[in-house]
Design a protein. Structure first.
Length: 91
């Protein structure tokens, strides 16, 4: 199933789709629970598209919009110590 040299069979496609559906449902439930939102609202938002920050805030998915440095400062305040960002190469 992991060979790039052959197409997936219908059964392999079904297995992958089933696993993705399970993961999707778990993610929706976790977001609903942690953001104190109705599951149906999160399901409606979980369509695979991205949301701009303003829309994500309006939907209750995030608390605020900020820059990278603001996020780092927020984390440092939250954990009480200086943080260091390690950038991983994309390859």
């Amino acid at each position: 199933m992991t060979s790039p040299d052959k197409p997936l069979s219908q059964e392999e496609r079904r297995l992958i789709r089933d696993k993705l559906n399970i993961l999707h449902a778990l993610m929706v439930e976790d977001i609903a629970k942690n953001r104190h939102l109705p599951v149906e609202k999160v399901k409606a938002l979980a369509n695979g598209l991205s949301l701009p920050g303003v829309k994500a805030k309006e939907a209750g998915l995030i608390d605020q919009i900020g820059s990278f440095s603001e996020a780092m400062t927020w984390i440092e305040d939250k954990i009480g110590k200086k943080t260091e960002f390690c950038e991983q190469p994309l390859y």
